[in-house]
Design a protein around this ligand. Structure first.
Ligand code: GDP
Length: 308
């Protein structure tokens, strides 16, 4: 990629988009284009098309989405479905119509069926029913993948799709009601430690297993895909290792230096029993993750202390 290329990162305020912008800046790209929601409402088709017509990006990374953890997804299926479909339709269609050379669409591991064999292979897409606690988000993301693939087949567009596993890192959402488990537990353990509480509450049974990738590793993978990957076939992005929620809580207690007890709140849902990606396709093309879970949590906690 030419360092002068015009690159539009949609969703640059979010955890993923901001990490991708940091990565591209580090690589020496000078012509990065970002817009806040106030400057450009990605739900507004006319505004999105005017932006593309005016800026004429060469590359687009679509990291704009309404995202949230298990509770937020379950409570707001209408918003998760409509906002994500609208944003991605606007961005992908404008990219096609205004001559974008390459587009990277970011999905999620929740696109795979609830009971698909683990680790989740790319081939598992649409082979069974989805996990109901986040099916609205998953359906929207699947539609985005299909739109990119349709543009590739029908119009020869180089629109690719990456499927990140559970991500965490700077700029994550630490709101206890809407966040994912890792930032939620950082906040809970931090507050339990500060308050001198004798225990900290973890939702569900602690037995579900999840894979966690630091968002800087994701950003590096995205850059790698932009430079090296040109197929409409989706690619999983993860580290290929998972931990139970109990183990995650123990690691967070350890990193934060909290010695209280971990108690499990069985009134809260477990969600899908396991979510581990098969990352063979990406590893085979030469990329590998670099940030271990302990180091990544330490880094994220430092950001949390500075910011929240
Ligand atoms: P998911 O990966 O889509 O299921 O979303 P989450 O990251 O929200 O939840 C992952 C797992 O962590 C589920 O089994 C949750 O019940 C569990 N969990 C434990 N404590 C918490 C918490 O405080 N917040 C969240 N969001 N999940 C938690």
């Amino acid at each position: 990629m030419n360092r002068e290329a015009r690159i539009f990162v949609a969703g640059h305020r979010g955890m993923v988009g901001s990490a991708i912008v940091r990565r591209l800046q580090k690589e020496g790209f000078k012509n990065l284009h970002t817009r806040t929601r106030q400057e450009l409402d990605l739900m507004d088709r006319t505004a999105v098309r005017a932006f593309f017509e005016n800026v004429r990006p060469d590359y687009v990374v679509d990291a704009a989405a309404r995202v949230g953890g298990i509770a937020a997804n379950f409570e707001k299926p209408v918003e998760f479905l409509i906002e994500n479909l609208t944003i991605q339709n606007n961005v992908i269609q404008a990219a096609a119509d205004f001559g974008v050379t390459k587009l990277l669409f970011l999905g999620s591991s929740c696109i795979y069926p609830k009971l698909a064999p683990q680790p989740l292979c790319e081939e598992a897409l649409l082979t069974g029913p989805l996990e109901p606690t986040n099916d609205a988000y998953a359906i929207a993301k699947i539609a985005g993948i299909k739109l990119c693939q349709a543009y590739a087949r029908e119009y020869g567009k180089n629109f690719i799709s990456g499927m990140p596993t559970n991500l965490y890192g700077p700029n994550d959402n630490f709101d206890l009601h809407t966040s994912h488990v890792l930032p939620a537990l950082i906040r809970k353990v931090h507050e339990a430690k500060r308050a001198g509480s004798k225990d900290v509450s973890v939702w569900g049974s602690g037995t579900p297993r999840r894979e966690f990738l630091h968002v800087d590793d994701l950003a590096e993978a995205c850059f790698f895909l932009l430079e090296n990957y040109n197929s409409p076939e989706i690619v999983n992005i993860g580290c290929g290792e998972d931990v139970s929620i109990r183990e995650l809580a123990e690691i967070i207690c350890d990193v934060l230096g909290y010695e209280g007890e971990i108690v499990f709140d069985a009134s809260k849902p477990d969600g899908t029993p396991r979510k581990l990606m098969n990352v063979g396709r990406l590893l085979a093309s030469g990329w590998k993750p670099r940030i271990g879970l302990q180091d990544g949590i330490r880094d994220t906690y430092e950001w949390f202390l500075k910011t929240c």
